[in-house]
Design a protein around this ligand. Structure first.
Ligand SMILES: *Cc1c(COP(=O)(O)O)cnc(C)c1O
Length: 383
């Protein structure tokens, strides 16, 4: 039987969201306006946070948040080698030096036991990544950071809908950045947001995302007329459009359902694959948490599978099933080797994981029949 291609991820866009995009297009106002304002308010309520700034992407969120921290040459920013390149790229773009801490091979998050050894008098910021939506041990992380007077910028691109000890990621701590890319837990096409409890950070990002415009400055100088503004710094152009927010408003309402389905599918994999010698399955920590299962990432056991990860991905593709690779170790990309002297052997746990990791199909509209098909095809490939 010939099956259609099953991607590893696919966004779920409701008919109501599509209708609202059409309404937005017909309204005459398609860039930043009332729908972004409504989305901002909905996100503030969702996170119970004082400041939420929707943007064109999470990448721009990381970049602007780091710029708002005013790094100076030689300032160090600690993160993990198991992340998307944007995490490191934005550190460099904001003038920082990336310093990496190896991962815990069980949770795939930064190994906090190794963190203190990486902290120096130049460390300004730590960027933990909630890998796959599994929350980092935030109590421990914030304790360490506070002892050293270091700020925390959570790369929460995978963690929309995740919770740590009963509290949503984004509802406390310093500053978080979420992604609304189509592969993420909810989408606006492209998009992202910064959530912060720091008024100065929020004000600075508001200026940086739109040309350096400060409407308060105009107010202070007492001019009249609502069209007037001051340019207080050379800003970027990173504002979200109403067309995007029209999708986001609906996605946010549907998020709980998406996360529930992601959890069902992940549990299905964990149970079905538990006895397969070809896989080592994702581990979870002892502390209370809600996993968003943005991706489901087992590690292939090459000897039992009698193939490596790349061969497995190719075999799946030939059977019309898509898989993902999250990620290659960032420190081994040519730029990072050349600019910062990283080399093979620097972060052995991440390097081994990156050779064996694969993202199996998982998205909210995936049916149980799709899931069975993935399991059947994998069985055929291995036996
Ligand atoms: C997707 C992702 C980003 C970037 O998100 P965009 O919205 O595509 O810019 C950053 N960090 C991590 C860990 C990601 O997975």
């Amino acid at each position: 039987m010939d099956y259609e291609f099953l991607p590893f991820s696919r966004p779920s866009i409701s008919e109501a969201a599509i209708q609202d995009v059409v309404a937005c297009l017909k309204s005459g106002w398609i860039t930043t306006g009332p729908r972004v304002a409504q989305f901002t308010d909905a996100l503030k309520e969702y996170f119970n946070a004082p400041h939420v700034l929707p943007l064109m992407s999470a990448t721009t969120g990381l970049h602007l948040a780091l710029l708002a921290m005013h790094l100076e040459p030689g300032d160090e920013v600690i993160t993990t080698p198991l992340t998307f390149a944007a995490t490191l790229n934005t550190i460099v773009l904001a003038g920082g030096k990336p310093v990496l801490v190896d991962i815990d091979p069980h949770t795939l998050n930064m190994d906090l036991n190794l963190l203190e050894a990486a902290i120096t008098h130049r460390t300004r910021v730590i960027i933990p990544v909630h890998f796959a939506g599994l929350p980092v041990d935030l109590d421990l992380l914030y304790d360490i950071a506070h002892q050293h007077g270091i700020r925390i910028l959570e790369d929460a691109a995978h963690a929309m809908g995740s919770a740590y000890k009963g509290k949503r990621i984004g509802s406390g701590g310093d500053t978080q950045v979420f992604s609304f890319h189509p592969n993420k837990n909810m989408t606006t096409g492209e998009g992202g947001c910064v959530v912060t409890r720091d008024q100065e950070m929020a004000d600075q990002i508001a200026r940086l995302r739109f040309h350096g415009v400060d409407r308060q400055a105009w107010n202070r100088y007492g001019k009249s007329g609502t069209q007037d503004y001051e340019i207080v710094l050379p800003g970027y152009k990173s504002n979200m459009m109403d067309i995007q927010a029209a999708i986001g408003i609906h996605q946010l309402n549907e998020l709980t359902g998406f996360i529930t389905r992601r959890n069902e599918l992940a549990k299905r994999y964990q149970e079905a694959l538990a006895d397969w010698p070809q896989w080592s399955l994702p581990g979870t920590p002892a502390y209370e948490h809600l996993h968003s299962w943005h991706i489901y990432t087992p590690l292939i056991q090459e000897d039992s599978a009698r193939m490596n990860r790349d061969e497995f991905m190719q075999a799946m593709k030939e059977k019309n099933i898509g898989t993902g690779l999250h990620y290659r170790a960032v420190h081994l990309y040519p730029y990072y080797r050349q600019a910062f002297g990283f080399k093979l052997g620097d972060f052995p746990q991440a390097e081994e994981v990156c050779e064996r990791i694969v993202s199996l199909p998982l998205f909210p509209s995936m049916t149980d029949a799709d899931h069975d098909r993935v399991l059947d095809v994998m069985y055929t490939i291995f036996n």
